[in-house]
Design a protein around this ligand. Structure first.
Ligand SMILES: NC(=O)c1ccc[n+]([C@@H]2O[C@H](COP(=O)([O-])OP(=O)(O)OC[C@H]3O[C@@H](n4cnc5c(N)ncnc54)[C@H](O)[C@@H]3O)[C@@H](O)[C@H]2O)c1
Length: 245
């Protein structure tokens, strides 16, 4: 489970643990002290923009649990900028965390997922931005469209071995990733920060509210049920009507 230190990732760790899973949380920094005490399982600090970080994530899970039944690729960040000014290092980092990390996790975990007694599961927390674009998010939108392609490919390659692969595609979720965008969006659109939530962030939502991280975790938990395997190769869209237009 990557990106476990915040937002959606933390909610998924808590939900899977409550459902009886043993979960390794992986994030840039392993939590320390009181924060570590609140985590339901072990954790690893690793930079998932590197091959070594993704290898360490898989190897550490296998060391702890002896097998690996589920990979949830969730870690990510956002960068908001017009294409003409888009920082090229930020582009590389976005592709590395949002697209290459899920690929490496799947590759390194593949043999373990193949051996999983009830069928291996791969879940990517993609986005409504895997299905639709927004201005000023070239790196994020491109990587999220790419990860949906990866999920579909894994579903086809894994089918004969009982491995399922699904992309969860939420609209805007109440997490630090969204909160951090408010200042950037205000700058990019030339409006005050207090107008950003209503006039920019929630604009694509037909239902005018943010999604809660626990709601995304509920969907990931459902995907682990027998009925969840029917969603292999699919985007599970939970976007408040965004892509219904
Ligand atoms: N918040 C939303 O509105 C929203 C909507 C759709 C999809 N998503 C996706 O959900 C996922 C989680 O987002 P969130 O909103 O919970 O964000 P968040 O900022 O709350 O959490 C992201 C976590 O990823 C970790 N991370 C970032 N770079 C890393 C790296 N190089 N190595 C290891 N860990 C790294 C961060 O440290 C952080 O703990 C992301 O993939 C995001 O694109 C978010």
């Amino acid at each position: 489970m990557t990106g476990s230190g915040s937002g959606i990732g933390r909610a998924i760790v808590d939900r899977l643990a409550a459902d009886g899973w043993q979960v390794l949380g992986v994030d840039l920094k392993a939590p320390e002290g009181d924060l570590a005490e609140t985590l339901p399982g072990p954790s690893l600090g690793a930079d998932l923009t590197t091959r070594e970080g993704n290898k360490a994530a898989v190897d550490t899970a296998l060391e702890h649990f002896g097998r690996l039944d589920l990979v949830v690729a969730n870690a990510g960040f956002q960068h908001v900028s017009p294409v003409v000014d888009f920082d090229e290092d930020r582009w590389d980092a976005l592709l590395a965390i949002l697209l290459t990390s899920p690929f490496l996790l799947a590759k390194y975990a593949w043999e373990s997922l193949r051996a999983a007694p009830r069928g291996g599961r791969f879940v990517a927390i993609a986005s409504a931005h895997a299905l639709a674009a927004s201005p000023f998010k070239a790196g994020y939108v491109s990587a999220k469209h790419g990860v949906l392609g990866l999920v579909k490919t894994l579903a086809l390659e894994g089918a004969a071995d009982g491995i399922t692969s699904t992309a969860v595609c939420p609209g805007y979720v109440r997490t630090p990733l969204v909160e951090k965008q408010i200042a950037d969006q205000a700058r990019a659109h030339g409006i005050d920060e207090d107008r950003v939530l209503e006039e920019v962030i929630l604009t694509p939502h037909a239902v005018k509210r943010l999604i809660e991280p626990s709601e995304v975790a509920d969907v990931v938990a459902f995907l682990q049920t027998p009925a969840g395997s029917a969603f292999s190769g699919s985007p599970v869209t939970m976007d408040m009507g965004w892509t219904a237009r």
